[in-house]
Design a binder for this molecule. Structure first.
Ligand code: SF4
Length: 394
């Protein structure tokens, strides 16, 4: 389990930061030690020649694998009642009323929200999002997956994913049996001491090791697509991203395909959060070029472009395609057709009918009815190898 290697990986991440920068041409996909020195190199994130080379190479690699296609999804929040105390989140249990309306959707309400996204906005891939609600049990989540999957089947098919707390392997199996396609879970930060400060108490989420190992439980259970990422800004972002690369490399070696979705949350103000003003947030250029570097590190992994970011940055992050792209977005349960207020964090909502045209104007092709295998070009090794070899920097 990665938790047993964590201490070495954390040290290794900073040691590798001092290594000499290799030529970009020599960086080998999925070899973290090749990429980590780039994060600390002098020109990185400075909008100079190095950044331009990374951005061009990333766009070329992505275009070769995905041809500009971006995979459209929308979040569907089910509950905002939470027993955790994450200091950066509006839904934390200790927030008794600032900018939050606590809601837990009934099955009928969930159905209404899902149908709104499916029928009014054309969405065919939905992400069920759960806070850590003490009354939200696994049987209810499985029922929700089944319900939404059934609604999608009635409209020509579609996929359901989940963003929720870390579960045991048996729970992931139940969700798969109910029709789950993917599961995302952000590690938040790999800095153990910062993690402890930001997740106080003796709650489930405060168990750093249990969360670190959740990705292996997902893969063991057979979740088709597993998403990993850090909330950039909680701690030194370079160290977090470097340890993330080592974690991904480890999972790739252990499980062949490893994680296939990269979470891109960057810390943004949340109305009732205690931790707002962080000195650790990567600036726009640093963030953009970090994602591009990751695209070279793991070309077939799809970045989950978040509506925490403005439209122009979302489009930049999506260059070449091969990412999950959030269009309609509400971060509160019932925030679409039920008009419930509040939010988990500040986010944009890019209305699908309007913004899919804007994506096309930007040279990207939004795909609404995508399939699980669309995210897996590595399952065609001949394509993967060829595209990597032929994607020289522009
Ligand atoms: S980040 Fe998730 S677990 Fe933490 S307080 Fe917010 S909703 Fe709850």
């Amino acid at each position: 389990m990665f938790s047993e290697r964590y201490a070495i990986a954390w040290e290794q991440a900073s040691d590798l930061g001092h290594r000499r920068l290799q030529d970009l041409e020599e960086l080998r996909p999925h070899v973290a030690s090749d990429f980590i020195p780039v994060l600390w190199s002098e020109g990185f994130g400075r909008s100079g020649e190095l950044d331009q080379s990374i951005l061009a190479r990333s766009a070329s690699v992505k275009a070769g694998l995905f041809g500009g296609r971006v995979f459209v999804i929308a979040p569907l929040y089910v509950t905002s009642i939470c027993q955790e105390q994450c200091l950066y989140c509006n839904f934390r249990g200790g927030n008794k009323g600032v900018g939050v309306e606590r809601r837990r959707l009934t099955d009928d309400e969930l159905k209404q929200e899902a149908l709104y996204l499916i029928e009014q906005k054309g969405l065919r891939v939905l992400e069920l999002v759960y806070s850590t609600d003490p009354r939200m049990r696994m049987d209810a989540m499985c029922r929700h997956v089944e319900l939404v999957r059934g609604l999608l089947e009635n409209h020509g098919g579609g996929l359901v994913g989940i963003s929720a707390e870390a579960f045991d392997e048996a729970d992931y199996r139940c969700l798969i049996d109910a029709g789950l396609c993917w599961s995302v879970l952000w590690q938040e930060t790999y800095d153990r001491s910062r993690y402890a400060v930001l997740h106080p108490g003796k709650t489930k989420k405060a168990n750093f090791e249990y969360r670190l190992d959740a990705y292996e439980r997902m893969l063991e259970a057979g979740v088709e697509h597993v998403g990993l990422g850090v909330l950039s800004g909680l701690s030194d972002w370079r160290h977090d991203w470097a340890t993330l690369l080592l974690h991904e490399e480890y999972l790739q070696k252990q499980y062949g395909r490893g994680t296939t979705i990269l979470g891109l949350p960057r810390l943004k103000p949340a109305p009732g959060a205690l931790f707002q003003d962080s000195p650790f947030i990567p600036n726009r250029q640093e963030f953009l070029v970090s994602v591009a570097l990751h695209n070279i590190f793991a070309p077939s992994t799809v970045a989950f472009v978040s509506t925490r970011e403005d439209w122009d940055l979302c489009v930049e992050l999506a260059r070449g395609g091969g990412c999950l792209f959030t269009l309609n977005c509400s971060t509160t349960p019932g925030g679409y057709s039920l008009h419930h207020g509040g939010c988990q964090f500040a986010a944009h909502s890019y209305d699908a009918p309007i913004y899919s045209a804007k994506l096309r104007d930007a040279g990207l092709e939004p795909v609404f009815s995508w399939q699980s295998h669309d995210l897996s070009p590595q399952h065609r090794p001949e394509l993967f190898v060829n595209e990597c070899v032929h994607s020289a920097p522009g």
